[in-house]
Structures are given as structure tokens and as C-alpha cells.
Design a protein around this ligand. Structure first.
Ligand code: CA
Length: 228
């Protein structure tokens, strides 16, 4: 199923663009290509790809800026490809709504694994009850809408994935390792800083008092538990 997905490659280096096309097509993905941010923006809007591979260093616009503008309407996974490896760039891209991040040079096997994982996360398991309430917080799983005291709150796709994971496992202690594997993928289990950073962001948005969290409770040295 995943392999019939249509992937838009936004990359200005012709050699890398060609490599990506060959790798993806050999795994039965359909590919679309763009070599500038402007072209990428138009291709995304006109072809509605299932996933976008986005280079951050583009000739006409910063990839971070393109990502932010795509995220104003585009809900499917975006995986960043970049020569940049600074942690702040990673956090910024994830914060801007990227699902994943690969630093060049990347291994093609890893790229394919990340793409499959991102596509899987974009189509999460069906939850029996479409809307669940947790005190002041409500989550509409069918519409992917979260409300706090009745008002819609804006979550990045990663924040939503994390909250949905917690909500699906209400009452259970989830380890850092489990959270990393479920939300970011098997290649990320050593990125122990991700849960701390994203739980912190999520708490600011969903908790009545982020300094004394009641929904997402820290299990010291182990992980977190969604108290609901
Ligand atoms: Ca580039």
C-alpha cells in the first residue's frame, strides 16, 4: 500500500535529485520533482503528494520557510533532507512540522525506512471513540482536532502524534524508548532529548498549569504516563 504513494522531491542538486528518483522508483514509489522552492510549492499544491522530501538549502528560498508555508495547508508527511546537521536546525524543522530529518549523506535503506514510517504515522490506527474528553481537554481523533476548554488549539503534526500516542495508551507508563520508536521511528531510539522537548511544548499547550502537569505525568527516569 505504502509503495503506491506519490512522493514529491524538492531538491536543487541534480545528482541527488536523480539518485532519489532512482531509489524511490525502484521501490515502486511514484515520484515528482522540483528544483526550486517556488516550483515545489506549485507542485505540492497541484499534485497533492502523499509525502514531501524537502532539501533545506534551496536557491530561491530557505527550506524552513517553505516548510512553514506548506504546513499552513499540507497535512501529509514532510521529511527534511539537508547538509545541515545542527541540533537547532533539526528542532526548528520538526517544530515547523517536519515529520523526520535526514542529514546528507544518507543511506538509502534508512531513507526508505523513514518514508514508510512517516506514511504509516500519517494513517494512524483507528480509535473506536472518535472524540474523547479528559477534563478541560478534548481530542477528536477523526478530525485530528484538539480543544482546550472548548477552544481549538494548534498542534504541530509531531505534537499531535505524541498526544494521540499518549491518549491511546491512557494510564500506561510509556518509556522514552517506546515513545521515540512510536512517534519518530526505530532509527530514533537514541534521541532521548526528543520526548523531553516535545512533552514540554505539549504541556504548555494542553496543561492548565504546565509547571505542575496533570495530564502528562513524568515517571522519573522511565518516561511518561497520560493520566487523562
Ligand atoms: Ca541544496
Amino acid at each position: 500500500m505504502d509503495n503506491q504513494a506519490r512522493i514529491l522531491i524538492i531538491e536543487d542538486e541534480a545528482a541527488i535529485r536523480k539518485l532519489l528518483e532512482i531509489v524511490l522508483q525502484s521501490s515502486q514509489f511514484e515520484t515528482l520533482v522540483a528544483s526550486t522552492a517556488q516550483e515545489g510549492r506549485i507542485m505540492a499544491a497541484s499534485h497533492q503528494p502523499d509525502l514531501v522530501l524537502l532539501d533545506l538549502g534551496l536557491p530561491d528560498d530557505d527550506g524552513q520557510h517553505l516548510l512553514a508555508s506548506l504546513r499552513e495547508w499540507y497535512r501529509q508527511p514532510v521529511i527534511i533532507l539537508s547538509a545541515r546537521s545542527a541540533e537547532s536546525e533539526v528542532v526548528q524543522a520538526l517544530d515547523n512540522g517536519a515529520n523526520d530529518y535526514l542529514t546528507k549523506p544518507f543511506r538509502t535503506g534508512e531513507l526508505l525506512a523513514r518514508i514508510r514510517s512517516a506514511l504509516r504515522l500519517a494513517n494512524p490506527d483507528v480509535v473506536n471513540e472518535p472524540v474523547k474528553n479528559y477534563g478541560h481537554l478534548s481530542i477528536d481523533f477523526s478530525a485530528r482536532v484538539v480543544k482546550r476548554n472548548g477552544a481549538v488549539i494548534k498542534l504541530t503534526s509531531t505534537e499531535y502524534a505524541l498526544l494521540a500516542l499518549f491518549a491511546r495508551n491512557e494510564g500506561k507508563v510509556l518509556t522514552h524508548h517506546f515513545i521515540l520508536r512510536e512517534v519518530w521511528g526505530p532509527g530514533y531510539v537514541e534521541r532521548t532529548e526528543y520526548p523531553r522537548v516535545f512533552v514540554g511544548q505539549l504541556r504548555k499547550k494542553i496543561e492548565e498549569n504546565p509547571n505542575r502537569p496533570a495530564l502528562i505525568v513524568t515517571e522519573s527516569g522511565i518516561g511518561y504516563r497520560f493520566a487523562g
